[in-house]
Ligand binder design. Structure first.
Ligand SMILES: CC(C)(COP(=O)(O)OP(=O)(O)OC[C@H]1O[C@@H](n2cnc3c(N)ncnc32)[C@H](O)[C@@H]1OP(=O)(O)O)[C@@H](O)C(=O)NCCC(=O)NCCS
Length: 140
């Protein structure tokens, strides 16, 4: 398994993976998310590729100067449970630590509660905070 930065050739496969594992939503255009990431710390957008060259995982990582963030963590269904999610998160943490990032955050959508056990296995805890957000640029 190789973890490397995303390239534009990966776009369609990445979007298909996100659809397959249920990470897409009608109000977020994944192609636009990828386009935006290509101008903002693109080296932190990771893909995992297996020995046959198949793209089987993603993690979109960023650092805002105070916290690191991970979005779109995905492992293809056939690969789930074999340690790739842990590997992707370890690489995200390694890159963030290299940038001097002191803290990592991520969001789990309501209804995807089963994934919390995965993050807990990696040492993550749930913070008692309210998450507020505001859409600045509509995708649709
Ligand atoms: C979440 C996801 C990335 C995990 O990837 P994965 O490759 O299946 O996970 P791993 O095999 O690396 O699991 C790592 C550890 O977490 C544990 N784990 C995984 N899911 C778990 C769960 N639901 N509850 C408790 N522990 C869990 C594993 O047992 C493993 O522990 P171990 O290393 O001690 O054996 C993958 O399931 C996925 O793509 N899900 C769909 C998309 C998604 O929901 N992404 C997260 C958005 S917030």
């Amino acid at each position: 398994m190789q973890i490397r930065p995303f390239t534009s050739f990966d776009t369609e496969t990445v979007i298909a993976l996100w659809h397959t594992v249920g990470l897409t939503r009608p109000w977020n255009d994944p192609a636009k998310d990828i386009e935006r990431k290509s101008t903002t710390q693109p080296e932190l957008f990771l893909v995992a590729v297996d020995a046959d060259g198949a793209l089987v995982g993603t993690a979109m990582v960023g650092y805002d100067g105070h916290r690191g963030w991970v979005h779109y963590l995905a492992v293809s269904p056939v690969q789930q449970g074999s340690g790739l999610g842990r590997e992707l998160m370890a690489e995200a943490e390694r890159l963030l630590i290299g940038l001097g990032c002191p803290k990592i955050n991520l969001m789990v959508r309501t209804g995807n509660d089963q994934v919390i056990g995965f993050y807990e296995a990696l040492g993550y805890g749930t913070d008692e905070v309210a998450l507020l957000s505001k859409r600045l640029i509509p995708d649709a």
